[in-house]
Design a protein around this ligand. Structure first.
Ligand SMILES: Cc1cc2nc3c(=O)[nH]c(=O)nc-3n(C[C@H](O)[C@H](O)[C@H](O)COP(=O)(O)OP(=O)(O)OC[C@H]3O[C@@H](n4cnc5c(N)ncnc54)[C@H](O)[C@@H]3O)c2cc1C
Length: 365
């Protein structure tokens, strides 16, 4: 979010400094799947914002030499009720701006050798990009610094912000015309009272557990991003489908443990060939600092039904925490003149951030 605002501002002629308390960025933006995922956004402004972001990612990738691979995505149906939702979505989606169509089982297999047997059909979407999160975040910062003149202060925590002034933990005071606070899931350091108020209207933190295999042997590629029927419960886009309720009810009845931990399963693949697997969702009070073997087991159980990999050895395990503001695409608060708090894009920050920042800097012009 911070890099998106830095880019939007510098494009409009502002002189920009980014403060990052870490030596490098270590937040949600380097811990995700790297899925730029317009198909999950509801039609209208959310989808349009995601598609603006997509264009910005392609521009950034071309100019900074980063990966933004237009891999698309396939939702895989293994149950009839999932396939019914796909058919409903494919019937209405194109008129609403989604680049979607149905695939036969043979077409699914043609596009992804990683899909396991037992497929009823697939929902193809052509709009998704694959980016490599740690490389994308570090590379975007490098490009903004070297090519666009953005100054970066790494290892510098911001402790106070008032109109016209930013103070950092190293004792420096900086003057500014506008401050944009994109602190991710940190609600305590800056403007805690405003965050507490936002928490009363739904702002929350969410912890996700993730896994990655090692690089797959012999250059094996999964092709598009992959998701299953469980994912239909997770993205609001599918709420236009009357049959979605039946999928939800069936999952709740058959596997309440998946609801308990907010598990749905997806897979992406990075440039090195690692398959990134996830995820689960635990909110605020339920969040433990420790990762759960039970959750990992459930995710792998569901993933192994959906996809087939040459090598399932898990090389990496981690979790990430994002801020989510369910009432809107993001939390946008101005606690003082020319101070913007911008956080809470939930599970779609990679998909929305560039588009959100563009829209806001246009509006403020
Ligand atoms: C496991 C996981 C998987 C996800 N998968 C996807 C996906 O595939 N596609 C997608 O679109 N979205 C995905 N998301 C969501 C996406 O990653 C987030 O919405 C997004 O990264 C949030 O960006 P952010 O800039 O708000 O937060 P962050 O990336 O957390 O950045 C906040 C930064 O602010 C810094 N900071 C905080 N306070 C201060 C301070 N006082 N002074 C200085 N620096 C400070 C932190 O150090 C941090 O670097 C996923 C999230 C997770 C956790």
């Amino acid at each position: 979010m911070g890099l998106a605002h830095a880019w939007a501002a510098v494009d409009r002629g502002w002189k920009v400094t980014v403060f990052e308390r870490g030596r490098v960025a270590e937040g949600a933006s380097i811990r995700n799947f790297g899925m730029v995922w317009p198909v999950g956004q509801t039609a209208g402004e959310p989808l349009a914002t995601a598609l603006t972001s997509r264009t910005r990612w392609l521009q950034l990738a071309a100019e900074a030499g980063l990966r933004a691979d237009p891999v698309g995505s396939i939702h895989i149906a293994r149950r009839e009720d999932e396939w019914t939702v796909f058919r409903e979505f494919a019937a209405r989606g194109p008129d609403l701006g989604y680049d979607v169509k149905l695939l036969t089982p043979a077409e699914v297999k043609e596009r992804s050798p990683a899909v396991a047997d037992g497929v009823i059909g697939g929902l193809w979407s052509g709009s998704e990009l694959a980016v490599d999160p740690p490389a994308a975040v570090a590379g975007a910062a490098r490009w903004l610094a070297e090519r666009r003149g953005v100054a970066f202060q790494f290892g510098t925590a911001v402790t106070t912000v008032e109109t016209g002034t930013v103070r950092t933990a190293d004792g420096h005071t900086w003057s500014c015309d506008r401050a944009v606070i994109c602190g991710g899931s940190d609600f305590e350091t800056l403007f805690p009272a405003e965050f507490q108020q936002a928490q009363r209207s739904g702002l929350t933190r969410c912890k996700l557990q993730m896994l990655a295999t090692g690089p797959q042997p012999r250059g094996f590629r999964i092709g598009p991003h992959l998701a299953g029927g469980l994912t239909l419960r997770h993205y609001k886009a599918f709420e236009i489908c009357p049959s979605l309720a039946a999928v939800r009810e069936r999952v709740t009845a058959e596997a309440p443990e998946l609801d308990r931990y907010g598990i749905h399963v997806m897979a992406s693949q990075d440039a090195a060939g690692r398959v990134i697997l996830g995820d689960s969702h635990e909110y605020d009070a339920e969040m433990s600092p420790f990762d759960s073997g039970e959750i990992e087991g459930l995710m792998l159980r569901e993933l192994r039904q959906l996809i087939d990999l040459p090598d399932w050895t898990i090389e990496r395990r981690w979790h990430g925490v994002y801020a989510k503001y369910p009432a809107a695409l993001q939390l946008a608060v101005e606690p003082m003149p020319e101070i913007w708090i911008r956080t809470g894009p939930g599970g779609a920050g990679m998909t929305l951030a560039f588009g959100l920042a563009e829209r806001e800097w246009d509006k403020a012009a």
